[in-house]
Write a protein that binds this ligand. Structure first.
Ligand code: OAD
Length: 232
């Protein structure tokens, strides 16, 4: 089976009711990123950070995947599909995608603040039980924190993501401004023989890259066009 690899960002989930980060009225316009999404922000005020992700998590459990997510899942009939996502939502999984790499963590999980990647202390939350009371502790006695990769932290999943990207037959980028590294750097790993498609209604700064086909549409319409016009 041919291998198709997707790199998705906040634009993927816009039609499911989520805001992007950097647009007008984007999430980072309304919540100071340095307070809620950096390592220092967490250290300074874990209560604020815990409450911020409680709020996002509640929203997530009400959200449904959109047609774009579903079309990506449907490609599993004909391709080996890997989704590398910068999103912390679970909408790819909810649409049925079976092979999802989360670069920036997962909203549905919490972990130890001492050892965030120790599986022993990672807990999957449920919709009925998704609110973390500030001050709650992980199994190792450290403060329970959202399983989110904050700015200024390592991105351990970049390694498996780069590996899978380096074997792609087709690479498709959906709804990311490609401002955040190392995620944006994955494009460098795409084999020279693999076509790259970009689905985004806006211009994305991809200057200096090799030939990319830009489908200038939202995620659902763009995915339809990819499948129909480009016979993916
Ligand atoms: P951005 O907000 O930077 O970019 C979102 C992109 O989605 C933009 O290029 C928009 O034009 C595009 N877009 C808007 N509506 C769309 C639609 N309906 N369909 C498709 N695309 C649409 O978000 P990301 O690039 O995902 O990190 O941001 C990367 C990371 O920065 C995030 O994972 C997050 C953030 O800080 C962490 O939380 C660690």
């Amino acid at each position: 089976m041919r291998k198709i690899v997707f790199l998705t960002g906040a634009g993927m989930s816009v039609e499911s009711g989520f805001k992007t980060f950097r647009g007008n009225d984007g999430l980072w316009e309304n919540y100071p990123v340095e307070q809620v999404a950096t390592h220092e922000g967490w250290e300074n005020n874990p209560t604020l950070v815990t409450n911020f992700y409680n709020m996002l998590r509640k929203k997530l459990y009400d959200a449904e995947p959109n047609k774009g997510h579903k079309l990506i899942k449907d490609l599993e009939e004909n391709y080996k599909v890997t989704v590398i996502t910068q999103n912390v939502d679970n909408l790819h999984e909810k649409a049925g995608s079976t092979n999802v790499i989360h670069l920036h963590g997962e909203l549905t999980k919490v972990c130890s603040s001492r050892e965030p990647y120790n599986p022993e202390y990672i807990r999957e939350l449920t919709p009925e039980n998704c609110e973390i009371t500030p001050g709650m502790l992980a199994g190792d006695g450290s403060l329970l924190r959202p399983f989110i990769v904050f700015f200024n932290e390592n991105v351990p999943m970049i390694e498996p993501a780069a590996e899978v990207t380096s074997k792609a037959d087709i690479f498709v980028i959906v709804g990311t401004s490609l401002n955040v590294y190392p995620a944006a750097g994955l494009v460098q790993y795409v084999p020279a023989t693999a076509p790259i498609f970009l689905i985004d209604p806006e211009e994305v700064n991809a200057s200096g890259w090799r030939n990319i086909t830009h489908i200038k549409k939202g995620a659902s319409q763009g995915m339809e066009e990819l499948i129909q016009e480009y016979r993916i």
